[in-house]
Design a protein around this ligand. Structure first.
Ligand SMILES: Cc1cc2nc3c(=O)[nH]c(=O)nc-3n(C[C@H](O)[C@H](O)[C@H](O)COP(=O)(O)OP(=O)(O)OC[C@H]3O[C@@H](n4cnc5c(N)ncnc54)[C@H](O)[C@@H]3O)c2cc1C
Length: 456
């Protein structure tokens, strides 16, 4: 992969000692989502000065169904946040896979380090709690401030230019998140925050990251998703539905899934997500796809498909480690900005927490030893963790893009307990070690096969 951007984030740029240059904070973080907050909490807990710049007023609208996997729950716990105690948290015990009118109900697979359930949370509740936790540890959170461009000196990122984003709508009512100002790496306007290190946690579009030269490999899979909520008497269910009943106008089954996530009170989140590798991807209108899906499940969930209780929101999820480079001599990229989401499930909260936590650990080493070379370990640590699984996921996405293949894979997930378990374990990063069972054997076989495709 080539680095086409400015030298500022190039791993080959030469770090320099800080030489007593004045700084406002040890680390500036762009974005207060789970990735940015996880990094901030880890650093502040170790006693370092951290400033988060967030363009929205919190809680801000975020396109997300809010389903936390056991791994997300684990990492939140490590950061001092009890997922089950979040306002509006609702326990999820069962995953109900559906194809045509057949169902396969699966309990959340066991794992020695993880809890045996997921949790559905209102996304604003998760984000607020993470920001509050960060603040309680002394992190400065500049809400309604947008980072408009990096400060680059001698080819290195030494902070961010920011300005008040007073044109940002308040609260959580706005249906879409848009960045009101385009970023310019040479921008001179705005105030400055000078920092020893900078963390780019600005989400899927990552304009700050792009201004520093990150790029997404467009040949790799990406997901696009749209969702809203409907009132349902079954909102108290502890089962989420994952349905493979998404169809193209020409009748073929699309690679992706529809979901139903009950909130435990009165409404259910319904969404559809498609992988960019699916046949006919560009010609699919995802809003119409959601409408069709909602109509198809309306009687079972007893909803009025014409009366959503929350506006429709859509977004993209870069997946499978598709963004590079993710580290530079004085900067790191985390979460969706790093394309970190799982390529099998599209889940990105857990991967945001993981990348944020690893970034925090690396930065702590760098700050303690006054050693910027510590940052070079970041991408290696992330790669060691994810590379093999993500490669398998990317290959599966590619093959599943063919309708005949997806038809068979989806049918076997609903037909077979262990196939369903394999997909859940790979999609939620809960494969066990060598002593695992059939899902781990299947994964090891897929991993071996993936080695035959070195460039995938
Ligand atoms: C429809 C949909 C449903 C999903 N459902 C789930 C789910 O159920 N479970 C799951 O695990 N994942 C889900 N995801 C994925 C998940 O939402 C993301 O992967 C996750 O939010 C990534 O976290 P992040 O911190 O990297 O980015 P974000 O949560 O996007 O946070 C980035 C932050 O940066 C701020 N920002 C951006 N630019 C600037 C700037 N220049 N200056 C200052 N601030 C800036 C933004 O305002 C934002 O607050 C879903 C995604 C979609 C699209």
């Amino acid at each position: 992969m080539t680095d086409t951007g400015p030298a500022s984030i190039s791993p080959s740029a030469r770090p320099r000692p800080f030489a007593g240059a004045p700084v406002d904070t040890d680390v500036v973080i762009i974005g207060a989502g789970p990735a940015g907050c996880a990094t901030a909490i880890a650093l502040a807990d170790a006693g370092f000065a951290v400033t988060i710049v967030e363009q929205r007023r919190l809680p801000r609208p975020k396109t997300c169904a809010g389903l936390l996997s056991p791994r997300a729950i684990l990492h939140l716990g490590d950061l001092g946040i009890d997922a089950s105690g979040l306002e509006g948290a609702h326990r999820v015990d069962i995953i109900d896979f559906v194809i045509d009118d057949r169902h396969r109900q699966l309990e959340w697979p066991d794992h020695p380090d993880l809890v045996d359930h997921g949790v559905a949370v209102p996304r604003h509740s998760l984000d607020l709690m993470m920001v509050e936790r960060a603040r309680s540890l002394g992190v400065t959170v500049l809400e309604e401030h947008q980072a408009v461009g990096p400060i680059i000196e001698r080819g290195l990122v030494v902070g961010a230019r920011i300005r008040s984003s007073d044109d940002t709508p308040a609260g959580i009512a706005a249906p879409r998140t848009t960045d009101p100002i385009s970023l310019d790496p040479t921008a001179t306007r705005g105030e400055e925050i000078r920092a020893r290190y900078s963390v780019i946690a600005d989400g899927a579009n990552s304009r700050f990251g792009r201004a520093l030269g990150t790029h997404r490999d467009r040949t790799w899979p990406m997901a696009t998703a749209v969702h809203a909520a409907w009132a349902s008497p079954h909102a108290i269910s502890h089962a989420v539905e994952i349905s493979f009943n998404l169809f193209h106008d020409d009748g073929h089954r699309l690679a992706g899934f529809g979901w139903v996530v009950p909130d435990g009170r009165d409404s259910i989140d319904i969404g559809v997500g498609l992988v960019s590798t699916t046949s006919g991807f560009r010609s699919v209108n995802t809003t119409h796809l959601l409408e069709d899906f909602v109509r198809s499940i309306a009687s079972r969930w007893e909803i009025d498909p014409t009366a959503p209780v929350r506006p429709l929101m859509s977004g993209r999820v870069p997946m499978g480690g598709s963004v590079r480079p993710i580290s530079g001599p004085t900067s790191l990229v985390v979460g969706d900005a790093a394309g970190a989401a799982n390529p099998i499930s599209g889940s990105g909260i857990d991967t945001a927490l993981v990348t944020g936590t690893v970034a925090g650990e690396v930065l702590i080493d760098a700050l303690r030893g006054d050693d910027p070379t510590a940052l070079q370990r970041y991408w290696r640590l992330i790669d060691d963790r994810n590379a093999a699984l993500y490669k398998v996921g990317r290959l599966l996405d590619r093959f599943a893009g063919r309708p005949s293949v997806f038809e068979r894979v989806a049918a076997s997930v609903v037909r077979s307990q262990w196939a369903a378990e394999t997909v859940v374990r790979m999609g939620t990063d809960s494969l066990r070690d060598r002593r695992g069972g059939r899902p781990e054997q299947a994964y090891r076989l897929l991993r071996a096969l993936s080695r035959l495709a070195p460039d995938a």
